[in-house]
Design a binder for this molecule. Structure first.
Ligand SMILES: Cc1ncc(COP(=O)(O)O)c(C=O)c1O
Length: 393
């Protein structure tokens, strides 16, 4: 069955050429229905809604996501975003003893740097492993940097700048050999690239739902390996993480002996209603089918880019390429702005280029139209291009 049968479920596809799912996946029509359902429940059921599903919605939403990333049931909590999820992980550790090193890559998404740099004040030592270019990380250097002093290794499954899929297995293997924990930042992979957190044996995984999962903002997730859940004591914690939240005890927390110990406070109910729609669709299609289609369409983009002689800042081999293609053309920001003005929705990242990301709902025609439009723009004198204020940079 062609995945294009899903197109009517994504109304925005009728209005533009939507090739930006690495940034914001298209909204499924059923997300509106779920959000209406939320509004009706709030409106008509009021406070009773908490006991009619709202209180458990974090766990239930996590269970919808679980098969997409290869997690068992009841191992995921939902948070405002991936940064918050990752800060809860970091709060499980202390950085005062000999084991206080956090090993990062220079190609990480900046949020990881900002967050973990902040832990220096608690004693953390931050090591940033350099890459040789902005396309691939140096996994070998990262493996070498992990030692008995390492407490945490946050690592991206797919690099946001180049869409390079990283082989994280040697990192997990080395970290576990020396007693360190690995946090997989799955944001640019989940929903586009097959991922099995159980088979990887990774300790934690974090991400959010706005991109390939088509789940909208406000639905960050945190997976914790089941055998670790009850041994960890996050200090970023709240009443929803208490063993008996409705006992309203004060003083130090008595942790819930279940995934909710990572929950902090009240769940973000409307965001989790909207996320449900994307998760259901991605789970129903299945990531392997999405991946197969993505590889076809990204190959088509790369072939056209290479025919124009544009530099690709994305790995060309299928096993290394995630869901987007990054093309370095002169004056990339203005090219992206002009594409958007002509209803071809893409984005631009400094130091990377114009990023184009087809998803399961895109057609060959859309890709061809986007590339033809881009070629026209690139060969037009810059001074003739309009600047627009579309805020996606
Ligand atoms: C790989 C990666 N990690 C983390 C983030 C930041 O996530 P959040 O805004 O949910 O904290 C992003 C956002 O684009 C990302 O691409």
């Amino acid at each position: 069955m062609t995945l294009l049968v899903w197109r009517p479920e994504f109304p925005i596809l009728d209005t533009c050429t939507y090739l930006v799912s690495h940034s914001l996946g298209a909204m499924p029509a059923r997300a509106r229905r779920y959000l209406n359902q939320f509004a009706d429940e709030w409106d008509y059921r009021g406070v009773r809604a908490w006991h009619e599903g709202w209180w458990e919605i974090g766990r239930e939403t996590g269970n919808l996501l679980a098969p997409i990333i290869g997690a068992p049931r009841d191992t995921i909590t939902m948070h405002q975003n991936a940064t918050v999820a990752q800060s809860i992980v970091a709060s499980c550790f202390d950085f005062k003893g000999a084991r206080r090193k956090i090993v990062l890559q220079d190609l990480d998404f900046p949020t990881n740097h900002y967050l973990f740099e902040g832990f220096r004040r608690f004693g953390a030592e931050i090591v940033i492993v350099p890459s040789d270019d902005s396309i691939r990380g140096r996994i070998d250097r990262l493996v070498d940097a992990i030692d008995e002093q390492t407490v945490l290794v946050p690592i991206s499954l797919v690099l946001f700048r180049s869409a390079c899929v990283q082989d994280v297995r040697p990192i997990i293997e080395k970290a576990h050999r020396v007693g360190a924990r690995v946090v997989l930042d799955a944001y640019q992979g989940a929903g586009a690239v097959p991922l099995d957190v159980t088979a990887l044996g990774v300790d934690f995984a974090v991400g959010g739902s706005v991109k390939w999962l088509c789940g909208g903002p406000g639905a960050g997730y945190l997976y914790v390996r089941p055998d670790l859940i009850n041994s960890l004591r996050p200090s970023v914690v709240g009443w929803a993480g208490h063993t008996a939240p409705f006992g309203f005890e004060t003083g130090a927390i008595r942790y819930a002996d279940r995934i909710e110990r990572f929950q902090s406070g009240t769940p973000n109910v409307p965001a989790l209603y909207s996320a449900r729609a994307g998760y259901e669709i991605v789970a129903e299609i299945g990531v392997p089918a999405i991946r197969a289609r993505s590889l076809q369409l990204t190959r088509r983009i790369m072939d056209a880019a290479q025919a124009h002689g544009w530099k690709l800042n994305t790995p060309t081999s299928d096993h290394e390429r995630g869901g987007s293609v990054v093309m370095d053309v002169p004056d990339g920001q203005r090219v992206a702005d002009e594409l958007i003005r002509r209803q071809v929705i893409v984005d631009y990242r400094p130091g990377a280029g114009v990023r184009m990301a087809p998803h399961f709902y895109n057609t060959e025609d859309e890709v061809d139209r986007a590339m033809a439009t881009m070629s026209e723009i690139v060969s037009t004198d810059n001074s003739q291009l309009a600047t627009n204020n579309f805020g996606v940079s």
